[in-house]
Design a protein around this ligand. Structure first.
Ligand code: GLP
Length: 262
């Protein structure tokens, strides 16, 4: 796991954007896994800037969003469909037929979930999965006690997640449709972004605690290519901060491409 600690959220977001951009430049038909929430917004803004000013081309890119609220139509102000369109997809040149978001308003959820998994496989699997982390240590909407082998399915939200997300967008549904932890772990590369002191506890448990379904992000310890972008506040509870800094210095020298630096 490459853990990069930045002085502030802006620097973390910009480097995350560089890694995504680098992926898209190296493989123009990359399959990207997208995350919603507040954390990746600055990364999306930077990618939009790169698209407009530097010609970063998403025309052959395919995207899959992690999750959606259950029972929420696409055009609802709280839908993740709207969130990702307004903050990213509407401002780049990805083809609409290549962008995928779980259908939170489907009448047959079992089928919808299965088809989502099939669509990811058909696209060749996810090359780079962007992730945020919830205060409960969840990735996607895989709340504590989610099976580490779970696939795309319906998931009941925890009280903490309902409280956190309601602060951002008002009353929210209590059930979601989310890629499973097993689905996420199949991505070839994972980029986790976390900023702010509220995430410090979840980040420390996920990166340095035991692998447990009580903290679904701890499953990332089993993945061979995870990069974690943090600001100082989110990194505050990590025990091995100095070690991570040394690793990053070495990586920047010897494999700068892993950090989007080349
Ligand atoms: C939601 C999403 C997660 C996201 C998390 C954190 O629960 N399902 O994918 O990572 O919120 O959101 P924020 O970045 O707003 O803190």
């Amino acid at each position: 796991m490459l853990v990069v600690i930045h002085p502030n959220p802006e620097a973390a977001s910009k480097q995350a954007a560089k890694i995504v951009a680098d992926q898209v430049r190296r493989k123009t038909n990359s399959v990207l896994g997208l995350s919603t929430g507040n954390t990746p917004l600055a990364t999306y803004a930077e990618l939009i800037r790169m698209h407009r000013e530097e010609g970063l081309d998403f025309s052959a890119v395919t995207t899959f969003n992690l999750d959606e609220y259950f029972g929420v139509p696409r055009d609802h102000p709280q839908s993740f469909y709207r969130h990702i369109h307004e903050n990213f997809l509407d401002h780049i040149n990805a083809k609409p037929e290549n962008t995928h978001i779980p259908d939170g308003f489907s009448s047959d959820f079992a089928k919808t979930c299965m088809e989502y998994e099939t669509a990811i496989k058909r696209a060749g699997g996810i090359d780079l999965q962007l992730l945020g982390i919830g205060r409960t240590g969840h990735i996607g909407f895989n709340e504590p006690t989610s099976s580490l082998a779970s696939r795309t399915r319906l998931k009941t939200l925890s009280d903490e997640t309902i409280a956190d997300n309601s602060k951002i967008s008002g009353e929210i549904p209590t059930i979601s449709i989310t890629m499973g932890i097993g689905t996420i772990l199949e991505a070839r590369r994972i980029l986790l972004l976390a900023t702010g002191g509220k995430k410090a506890d979840a980040v420390a448990k996920a990166l340095e605690g035991p692998i447990t379904s009580s903290v679904s992000a701890s499953a990332l310890q089993m993945h061979g290519d995870v990069t974690v972008m943090l600001d100082e506040d989110a990194a505050a509870n990590l025990t091995h901060r100095d070690y991570y800094r040394r690793v990053i210095d070495q990586t920047a020298k010897h494999s700068p491409e892993r950090l989007g630096l080349k």
